[in-house]
Design a protein around this ligand. Structure first.
Ligand code: HEM
Length: 466
């Protein structure tokens, strides 16, 4: 049976401390009922994690089916897992499963191969490269702004997905997917359906059976492969030197390693990974932002004031990015309350210690930006309040404990697209918000759909002119 709940405790990890095997297991619900717990957890993982943390503290162990799962909720522990002891971890089972779809792309690969691919891809994400993509970001946001009209009703999540998908298509592949946006968008959504089984103990079996979800995922993979392989083939044939990510990845040579480039299969894995990792996360960050702005008109008014002053009626450019601190603060605060990647999972290779407890090899370790971003110990009494102003204090970010805010993860597996996402998020928001505001339709029932990302559903909104 479960252990009796102790006082919720806060505990920093033991650095270089005792042999983990001599430490006790953390408290938490383990023992009988593990399958039922797995099913309940699978249905609502965010609520489950939240309850575990509230009841048992910073280090919790639970048993889901055959697997032990640990939730670590102290920023120091996140730092230990992601940075200090990162070599003791590989990606969690969910991402290992994602290889069915993503192959050996950056998100799923491990070890030396990951290092090589990261080295090859990194230059494509340098600051000046990202700045060069700003024009594309603004262009597709302007298309949406032109499409909208006063009184129009929109689903804000779908609209943001459409914009970020078009941006991803052009910046990654140099392809205008606007025409095919619905079809590709559906394929990407179906492909992401793989992750709906994230915490289902039967998932590895289901992935191999011809059940509807698996068949949908396979069809989606074929559809996406067709677009990506066509783009690669056309580019190789034309020998054209383009500035998009495909062009940069094609030209990349591993000067520190074997001097070689990427095969078509490696390019496909990286491009599909970037497509999936890059567009839905940013779309969700923006969708939640519209939701929060509509609920906080006084914040929205400050945002409009900044956009009016800095842009004076014109569309933004990359050069404006640094001059829009409040716009960035709005996005930062939105990702604090609704981090699109709400959890980061790992599998420890060897036992390790966290907060005086033993965490066993081969288990699932979850770090949740959502939990840590909602912890009053780091954020104060107004932790649940949407208050972008907090980011405007000059010393604010420096005063936060490291890993109290980590929407992009950390350490060697930190999001490679972070700079891209900030630029895209700020410019898309600025482009749209300088002309339009969104208001919830009466009775709109906004919910979080918790899969691999935290998706805003039911965001039915009316467009109003600013
Ligand atoms: C708001 C938007 C975004 C959020 C919240 C986000 C979040 C994250 C997080 C938390 C990770 C680390 C996962 C882990 O450690 O297991 C990650 C990794 C990654 N992200 Fe993002 N991301 C965003 C946008 C993007 C964009 C725009 C791209 C590409 C254009 C991208 C590409 C990737 C890739 C390739 C990885 C794997 C990196 C590696 O392991 O070397 N992401 N992202």
């Amino acid at each position: 049976m479960s252990l009796a709940p102790p006082e919720p405790r806060s505990a920093a990890p033991s650095a270089g401390g005792p042999d983990p095997a001599t430490l006790p297991d953390p408290p938490g619900p383990h023992g009988r009922g593990s399958l039922l717990r797995a099913v309940r957890f699978g249905r609502n993982p965010l609520t489950s994690i939240h309850r575990l943390k509230a009841r048992w503290g910073d280090v919790v162990m639970t048993q889901l089916g055959r697997r032990r799962l640990y939730v670590l909720s102290h920023p120091e522990m996140a730092r230990d897992v992601l940075v200090t002891s990162n070599r003791n971890f590989i990606k969690s089972f969910a991402l290992q499963r994602a290889r069915v779809l993503l192959g050996e792309g950056l998100l799923t690969s491990e070890g030396d191969f990951h290092l090589r691919q990261r080295r090859l891809s990194q230059p494509a994400f340098h600051r000046e490269r990202v700045a060069a993509m700003a024009g594309t970001m603004v262009r597709y946001a302007e298309d949406a702004a032109d499409r909208w009209s006063a009184g129009m009703q929109v689903d804000a999540t779908r609209e943001m997905n459409r914009v970020t998908l078009a941006i991803a298509g052009m910046t990654l592949l140099g392809v205008d997917v606007e025409g095919e946006a619905d079809e590709i968008g559906r394929a990407l959504t179906d492909a992401l359906g793989l992750f709906d089984r994230l915490h289902n103990p039967l998932a590895p079996l289901l992935d191999r059976l011809p059940v509807p979800g698996t068949l949908r995922m396979r069809r989606a993979r074929e559809r996406l492969d067709a677009t990506i392989y066509r783009a690669i083939a056309e580019r190789r044939a034309s020998a054209e030197d383009r500035d998009d990510l495909l062009g940069m990845l094609l030209a990349a040579r591993d000067d520190e390693g074997d001097g070689g480039g990427m095969t078509d299969l490696q390019l496909r894995d990286e491009l599909l990974t970037l497509f999936l990792a890059g567009h839905e996360t940013t779309a969700n960050a923006l969708a939640w932002t519209w939701h929060l702005l509509a609920r906080h008109p006084q914040v929205e008014a400050k945002l409009h004031e900044e956009l009016r002053t800095v842009l004076a009626g014109r569309a933004p450019t990359a050069a404006d990015y640094g001059a829009l601190p409040f716009t960035r603060a709005v996005l930062a605060e939105s990702m604090r309350l609704h981090p699109p990647a709400w959890t980061v999972g790992r599998q420890p290779l060897r036992d390790f210690a966290a907060g005086g407890y033993r965490i066993r090899a081969g288990s699932i370790v979850l770090l949740s930006p959502w939990i840590i971003h909602h912890d009053a110990r780091w954020w104060g009494d107004d932790v649940d309040v949407f208050r972008p102003e907090r980011w405007m204090r000059p010393d604010f970010e420096a005063s936060l404990p490291r890993f109290a805010y980590f929407p992009f993860g950390g350490g060697p597996r930190k999001c490679i697209g972070e700079g891209f996402a900030w630029m895209e998020g700020v410019l898309v928001l600025a482009t749209l918000a300088r002309r339009w505001r969104l208001r919830h339709l009466p009775g709109a029932d906004v919910n979080a759909k918790v899969g691999i990302t935290l998706r805003a559903v039911g965001l039915r909104m009316r467009v109003e002119a600013v």
